[in-house]
Ligand binder design. Sequence first.
Ligand code: ZN
Length: 214
Amino acid sequence: MSVRTYRLKKSGNLRLSEHFTVREFRCRDGSDTVLIDDRLVTLLENIRERFGKPVRINSAYRTAKYNARIGGVSNSYHVKGMAADIVVQDISPKRVAQYAETLNCGGIGWYEHKKFVHIDTRPKRVCWKDSGSNVRKTFSECPYAEPSHTLQFGDAGAAWIQWHLKKCGAKITIDGKFGAVTKAAVVVFQKAHGLTPDGVVGEMTRLMLKREVV
Ligand SMILES: [Zn+2]
């Protein structure tokens, strides 16, 4: 944890990194106290650097009172100084969310319609789209074609399956070969999803893999 407490009146113009000052993280209710996690600043700086465009912070620190007033969830990371809702000039929220996924972010919320991205520094990765209840394993798209027929041990063309299993947490290499490691990961996935654990990937297993990731 590296959340620091700043005073807006005294340190509003204090530069936290090349592109961000304390003021940008302030609570919009005018509170003098501003909590900011160092790691959050680093993430924003990474995003700034990647796209080479200004990053506007719509909302970062919120006092509990202000958070309640605007209808934020009570355990919001904004209240802890660990979250920011951002807009990167000229860059779609989707691209920002996809890039955030490659960084050391905890929570990443892609708000497609409201056109911003929420990022926070919670310990575990959680991705969601538009609403916190709409959890996804990833925002990236599978670069491999979905197989149109059943695949099993010994077959080639398993990259699509491996990519999905990996997004579900399996420790496998995407090499396209349906070997023993892939089969074992399929069985684990099938057991966890109430499917017949035969290690064979047919239509039902593909459907569940898709549902889990997207
Ligand atoms: Zn947020």
